[in-house]
Write a protein that binds this ligand. Sequence first.
Ligand SMILES: Cc1cc2nc3c(=O)[nH]c(=O)nc-3n(C[C@H](O)[C@H](O)[C@H](O)COP(=O)(O)O)c2cc1C
Length: 233
Amino acid sequence: MSIDIGGMRKAYMGKEEVFTEEQLVSREPFEQFRNWFDIASKTPGIGEPNAMCLATATKNGLPSARMVLLKGYGPSGFKFFTNYKSRKASELYENPHASLNFYWEPLKRCVRIEGHVEKLSTEESTEYFMSRPENSRIGAIVSPQSQPIPSRDYLSEKQTDLTKLAEEKSDQICKPEHWGGYIVIPHTVEFWQGQTSRLHDRIRFRKLKPGEKPDKTVVHEGDNGWVYERLAP
Ligand SMILES: Cc1cc2nc3c(=O)[nH]c(=O)nc-3n(C[C@H](O)[C@H](O)[C@H](O)COP(=O)(O)O)c2cc1C
């Protein structure tokens, strides 16, 4: 039996909250992201504004998606950390492209990012790893992420052993080789603002394709090599 939830519908923004090109704080996506992310970070009811859905795909194009935490962003891209032996990592190894999606429900705002992915340097990954609380570091070491394991006890025993070892020799709790960060270097960043009318606002920044001659009636020149355009919802 399938359950019908087609009637679930919530009011979004009023007409006065439309998102227009004039309201962009920047004509490139990173400052615009910073503005929306800062607002999301201060909005009550958004527990983890940096939680994002990360989609990857195998080299044959079979997709998979999961949540991860954004740990840094700027003109170079969007950073997250994980296990380099995980499913996402093996997909990124064979197909180094990803898509990120944030949804800040109380604001009815979504940001959608697509780009090429590279590993962060060992130095940067180590610096971040060592900044994490000890129990998080232990968790990252003991968990063979994405692999089948016999039981929960299998992990808690490894965790207990390593916690004991850390009490004696805290320098043992250093970054394993198979753990580190990635950066998504975007070619496309879309800002979506939901509207009650369902005429949602979508403004997409993108890099032009080589040789592309954009239609200037819909594609506007931005800064730092970006263009932006409004998409139908
Ligand atoms: C809110 C949230 C944040 C998460 N953050 C991370 C993260 O930053 N890094 C990570 O490896 N897994 C994170 N996870 C766990 C992943 O969603 C996922 O279970 C894990 O990375 C294994 O994914 P994979 O098997 O597709 O590689 C998070 C889960 C949630 C719900």
